[in-house]
Design a binder for this molecule. Structure first.
Ligand code: SF4
Length: 486
């Protein structure tokens, strides 16, 4: 990963200005990587990150970039509000007299001062760049810790569970840092990244416990191991399972867990709290051979352990994703072949991105709209955009309002594009219109009036080449591909 670099040891820098400049650049690089990695896979992020730092190598360069350029560089990564927040953050970091281009080293300051930086990103910057004992807990780490600690809780929504795991992560990184001596060091950053790496490579949703380097501290592994021993699926086991305190007597966080059916891992059945006590009561630390090597386990025993471990953390049924349909209207001007595009509001879904004028269909029409009904909705919507009642038109080169209006013709529905956001399943029905004008009508004026009260932040006529370059969401770009194919 190109953003993984050697730690900058402040004691090795002879001059404070040189150290400051190096730290500023490094903090910026880590910041960008961490924001890009939220909700996006590493393999995808690598190219984006390389292009980004080549284009804007410093926070000052990013601060000076245009919003459209920033969104265009983000195109394809999704969750575009991340790009806007990084951009706003860069401007603020450069303008703030206390920061002057250098991100703060402390978690609290980072969270307080920099837009879009939460405690995870702040922890990563503080630990990886500045060598402070700050925890960095992403989804992978929450999963690892819930298994290591045997916490059967909802790590996404249960604040008590999340807080306990963050506290544990904080205590761990402080211990790791302290073991390395006083002051800042590379240990917190290496530790945090190692935990995340463990979660992304070994302790995945389907864990490879047989490859794991930290089985001896893992509660989920211990419970699974005890289950395998009880069922007689391990070879060469030595030692007697230790009698440990029942975790349910110590902890009120855990919820009843499903007991995996070892005969068929695909099937599972719920167990009561009381039965779960039975499971944890035979908890034993992993047995070891007398030589001290880990006990070899049969593949079946490892399956039992991994099947037990993969139940952590608690999985809540996913909420049903909302479904919506909309009509996307590409309006082409006959006089010069340009298309009308509008800019989305600065906040919310796809903030600040460009799109063809779009209109969400009423919920009751979802999945029920016939092509005819959609056409009629699309025609009404586009007519409204250019309605002479809503906006008077003017002759080019003159200020005299005219009663003439433009003529917009529906050319057809080109197809439907399904698109999935994290919370929304959207179907976009793409319609093409041709606007016939004689080159005299200043349509932009009419449109600006017509759209008064509609929360866009701009509109313009763009040539096909310009549409290609605009910052558009990937779904809207697929709509454009349909239009461009005509
Ligand atoms: S032993 Fe298994 S469950 Fe525990 S941390 Fe390792 S991979 Fe995860």
């Amino acid at each position: 990963m190109p953003w993984r670099k050697a730690w900058i040891d402040p004691s090795s820098f002879p001059s404070p200005p040189a150290l400051r400049a190096t730290l500023a650049r490094r903090a910026y690089e880590v910041w960008i990587s961490e924001i890009m990695l939220q909700q996006t896979r590493v393999a995808v992020v690598i190219d984006y990150w390389n292009r980004w730092v080549a284009k804007w190598p410093t926070v000052e360069a990013l601060a000076a970039a245009s919003a459209d350029d920033v969104l265009a560089a983000w195109r394809g990564l999704g969750y575009y509000s991340r790009a806007s927040r990084i951009h706003a953050g860069a401007k603020l970091v450069c303008a703030d007299p206390d920061m002057l281009g250098l991100l703060p080293a402390g978690v609290a300051e980072l969270v307080d001062k920099v837009p879009g930086v939460g405690r995870y990103t702040a922890g990563a910057i503080s630990a990886i760049v500045f060598g402070r004992a700050a925890p960095m807990v992403d989804g992978n780490v929450l999963r690892v810790l819930s298994r290591q600690m045997g916490v059967m809780g909802d790590v996404k929504a249960d604040k008590r569970v999340v807080d306990v795991l963050w506290e544990a992560a904080g205590a761990l990184v402080e211990t790791v840092a302290r073991d390395g001596g006083e002051g800042v060091s590379d240990r917190p950053g290496r530790w945090g990244q190692a935990l995340m790496e463990l979660g992304s490579t070994v302790c995945t949703p389907k864990p490879s416990c047989g490859l794991c380097p930290v089985t001896s501290t893992c509660r989920a592994y211990g419970e699974g191991y005890a289950r395998a021993v009880e069922k007689g699926f391990s070879d060469g086991v030595v030692g007697t399972p230790a009698k440990l305190l029942d975790i349910e007597d110590l902890c009120t966080l855990c919820e009843p867990m499903e007991e995996a059916d070892d005969a068929d891992p695909a099937e599972s059945k719920p167990v009561s709290k009381r039965q779960q006590k039975t499971i944890s009561s035979f908890f034993a630390p992993p047995a070891r051979k007398k030589s001290g090597d880990p006990t070899p386990l049969t593949p079946r025993a490892l399956d039992i352990i991994a099947n037990h471990a993969k139940q952590f953390p608690l999985k809540k049924p996913k909420k049903k994703v909302r479904e919506e349909e909309c009509i996307v209207c590409a309006v082409r001007r006959s006089s010069d072949g340009k298309y009308l595009i509008t800019r989305r509001p600065d906040k919310g879904l796809l903030a600040g991105m460009w799109e063809f004028p779009s209109h969400t269909l009423p919920e009751q029409l979802n999945s029920k709209t016939s092509a005819l009904a959609r056409k009629s909705k699309a025609v009404a919507f586009v007519s409204g955009l250019f309605s002479p009642e809503a906006g008077r038109t003017t002759k080019k080169g003159g200020n005299t309002p005219s009663s003439s209006s433009v003529v917009v013709k529906h050319s057809g529905e080109l197809g439907s594009v399904p698109w999935l956001f994290s919370h929304l399943k959207l179907t976009m029905h793409v319609h093409l219109f041709t606007l016939h004008d004689d080159g005299e009508v200043d349509v932009e004026f009419a449109l600006a009036d017509a759209r008064a009260g509609i929360a866009t932040t701009g509109q313009r006529w763009s040539s096909s080449e310009d549409v290609e370059r605009e910052s558009m969401g990937t779904g809207m770009r697929k709509c454009w591909a349909l239009v461009n194919d005509v």
